[in-house]
Each structure stands twice: as C-alpha cells, then as structure tokens.
Design a protein around this ligand. Structure first.
Ligand code: HEM
Length: 416
C-alpha cells in the first residue's frame, strides 16, 4: 500500500512500522480509508495484539471473526461496565447507560426499552417509515445534492422522532444531540470542547425530563420514554438524571448514525458496483440480503471495547484484570478465514447475515430489526423511482475509530 493522504497527514504503510507498537486506533486511518491493510497485517501476524501506548492508553486488539465472537459472548470475563469505546469516559461526567453495564442492571433496563423496537411494534412502524421514505424520495432535487443530509440524516431523524413520539418539528434536535454525543474523546477525535458538549447534553436532558414528567402521568405507550417511565425497574431513573441522560444518548445514538451511515454506504456501493445494482433491479427480492451485505461491508460501528473483569488466559495471551480489550468488528467483517473474499461487495452473498456489525451476546444490537426495516423500505422505494443513483466525486468519510461513516456523498438521481 502506498501513502494515503488525509488532511495533510501521511498514512504510513503498516508493514513499514514495528508490529509491537502498531496502533490501529488513530482516527485518521479511518478517515483515509486506510485501516484495512493495518487490520490485515494484525489478523495475519498478531490476531490478538497488545498496543502498549496510544492516545487512549494501552489496549488489546481482537481482530479475527472467531476471537471477536469468543470475547463478545463472554460477558463474565469481558465486562462492559462504564466503557464500551476504546477511550475512557471522562470521570467528571459519568452518564451510565445500559450498553455500558453488566447484568443485572443491563438486562432490566434493556427489557424495559426493547418493546419500542420489537416485532409487534414494527408492524405499527412500517407504514409510518414508508410514508417518510416516499415523501423524502419524491422531493429530491433535480441537480446535485448531498445524500447524507438530504436522505440518510433526514430519514433517521424522522424515524427517531417517531420512536420517541415527539413532534417531527423537533427531529433535528435529536440528530444534533446524537452528533454531540459521538464527538467524544473516546472516539479518537481530538480538539473536543468538553464544556460545550456538556452544555448541549444538559439541554437534551431538560427536553426529555419535561417529556418524562408528562408521559409518567399518562397511560403507558410504546415510545422509549413512556416505556422507561412505567416499567417497575426503570420508573425511578429520573432520580439519577445523568443515568436518564446516558440512556437517552444510547437510544438516540444507537438508532441514528448507524442507520444513517448504512443508508449512505448502500448508495456508495451501488455506484461502485454497477453489476450489483443491475442484479438488484432485476430481482428486488434480493433487498434484505443486500441490506445485510451493506451493513457487513460498512460495519457502521468499527469497534466495541470490553474491560477484563479478572486475569484471563485468552488463547495463549495473559490479559490482566482492568485491561482494555477492543473487538474490532470492522476487522472481523473482513476476516479472509471466515468470509473467503471479504473485500468483495456481493448482494447475494449467502452468509451476509452472519456479519458482526450488530455484535453478539447479551449486548447484541437491540434495534437491529428497525434499522434493517428502514433500509429495506428505502431500497424498495428507491428501486421503484430511480434508474440510477449517481455518486459524484469521492465521498468524505467521518474521522473516527468508532463511527464508520460519511460526512458527504454528493449524488444525482436518474429518475425512471
Ligand atoms: C447495541 C450496531 C441500529 C439501539 C449495538 C451494538 C452494535 C450496534 C455494534 C453493540 C453490540 C455489542 O456490544 O455486542 C448497530 C448498527 C445499526 C444499529 C450497525 C444499524 C445498521 C440500531 C437502532 C437502534 C439501536 C435503529 C434503536 C433505535 C441499540 C441499543 C444497543 C445497541 C439500545 C445496546 C444493546 C445492549 O447493550 O443490550 N448496536 N445498531 N441500534 N443498539 Fe444498535
């Protein structure tokens, strides 16, 4: 691999660097789309790798499909308590959330929120999502536009407003808060203004505290806030406002940029792989598998971190209690040993649904069905309307080791 340029910074060839100190947590690697070769080297030469020094401190990298599965399904040894991204949360502003908790708190809180995105409720949500999709696609401009803002961000913010049952007029507040929450130091982004971030999050708390007060007085409904306010295990959550804020952030972020980036990724891959687009047009029944393959290929969340709950002997490596253990889903989804030809985007790939992008074990993505449903409907409606969605120029990627996404994908639609 040659040198990739990113904002003036050169990305070195991973094979030119000493293996012992290889640091795959640098956000610039992902912004430049140069991380693939780094992970390939780790999978081949040190699939369980210890990086002694990084901007987040020392950490273990788990990079193969099989090893990631082993860590993700062993929550007794590999804890989610307090931190699920490589960087530690700031100690002066702890916002507990159930993704960053172990049983029993995790299980109780997850069960309380889950009905909002489970099967019976999906039947209620489907026509609402379809209406939003049709409205967005029918009103696209004729010329060039940024698909990320006009479609991906727009659709996911409408969806979130629906899941929280708040006025659609407030939907952009949700995406704004989600963006603030993910611009955390833990994601490998430097220059974060911590004070401004906290001020925004407190505004979010204020908004939802008012909503909680109203919903708690009314009969239970299927939106997230009502479900939490009425469940016996979560009805006192407002006594710890930062815990309420943490869980709000989880539910907002979880459903937001992951789905947004999967939508944009589909457009990028369809443009880069015209034969796959032709396959999809010829056989729309491939849409669900295309959605799974897109989510595999993109891996919207690049990693999840665990912390060793005790000294663990893991496949010949001594992992000490308290060590950071990073499961790189973005690498497991490109593990040659599991996938054969992982760098090929193929919408009829048989095993696409076995991707790692939703994680495994007790923390497996709670909203996977609703995320997939949004994507499925979007592609069903896009196929009805467009001959081609043309990507213009090179998409601009997010600079983060956690969120694998796009800032900008300039497009033009060719209507039927
Ligand atoms: C957890 C990815 C959509 C809500 C997770 C995890 C991943 C993930 C990797 C952690 C898994 C683990 O630690 O083993 C994704 C992707 C999505 C998506 C790739 C879309 C393509 C959604 C949506 C929602 C959502 C639409 C809700 C509206 C959550 C929640 C958790 C979670 C609440 C925490 C689950 C727990 O700790 O038990 N997601 N997600 N996600 N996701 Fe998603």
């Amino acid at each position: 691999m040659g040198q990739a340029a990113t904002g003036g910074m050169k990305i070195p060839d991973p094979y030119s660097l000493p293996l012992e100190t290889l640091d795959v947590s640098k956000a610039a690697l992902f912004a430049a789309d140069a991380h693939g070769e780094y992970f390939r080297r780790l999978r081949q030469e040190a699939p369980i790798h210890y990086c002694p020094d990084s901007m987040h401190g020392p950490y273990w990298s788990i990079t193969t499909y099989e090893d990631i599965m082993a860590v993700d399904t062993n929550h007794a040894d590999f804890s989610s308590q307090d931190n699920i991204v490589i960087g530690d949360a700031p100690e002066d502003f702890i916002t507990p959330m159930f993704i960053a908790q172990d049983p029993p708190i995790h299980d109780d809180q997850r069960k309380a929120a889950q009905p909002a995105v489970q099967r019976p409720q999906l039947i209620v949500l489907e026509p609402q999502i379809r209406d939003h999709v049709c409205d967005i696609l029918d009103n696209l401009p004729d010329g060039e536009f940024n698909w990320v803002d006009t479609v991906s961000r727009e659709l996911t913010s409408r969806m979130l407003a629906t899941l929280f049952d708040i006025p659609q007029a407030d939907r952009y507040k949700l995406t704004e808060w989600s963006d603030v929450a993910t611009t955390a130091e833990g994601a490998g982004i430097e220059d974060v203004d911590a004070e401004a971030r906290q001020a925004e999050l407190m505004e979010c708390l204020q908004y939802f505290a008012t909503l909680w007060g109203e919903r708690a007085q009314k009969p239970p409904q299927m939106d997230f806030v009502s479900l939490l306010a009425h469940n016996p295990n979560t009805k006192d959550m407002m006594c710890n406002p930062l815990e309420f804020l943490g869980n709000l952030m989880l539910l907002i972020v979880g459903g937001n940029d992951t789905t947004r980036n999967s939508i944009s990724a589909g457009v990028v891959q369809m443009d880069r792989n015209p034969a796959e687009w032709a396959k999809l047009k010829a056989d729309p029944s491939l849409i669900p598998n295309m959605v799974a393959e897109t989510i595999r290929f993109q891996t919207p969340l690049g990693h999840m971190r665990r912390t060793a709950a005790r000294d663990v002997e893991f496949k010949g490596h001594k992992i000490r209690e308290g060590d950071r253990v990073v499961m790189w889903y973005v690498s497991g989804n490109r593990d040659e040993a599991f996938w054969g030809d992982p760098d090929v985007y193929r919408i009829d790939r048989n095993e696409a649904r076995r991707h790692m992008s939703f994680g495994f074990g007790i923390h497996r993505c709670m909203g996977n069905r609703v995320g997939e449903m949004q994507l499925r409907i979007l592609w069903e409606e896009a196929l009805k309307r467009f001959d081609r969605i043309e990507v213009i120029g090179e998409p601009e990627r997010v600079s983060s080791n956690f969120v694998m996404g796009y800032e900008e994908v300039m497009t033009r639609v060719h209507r039927k």
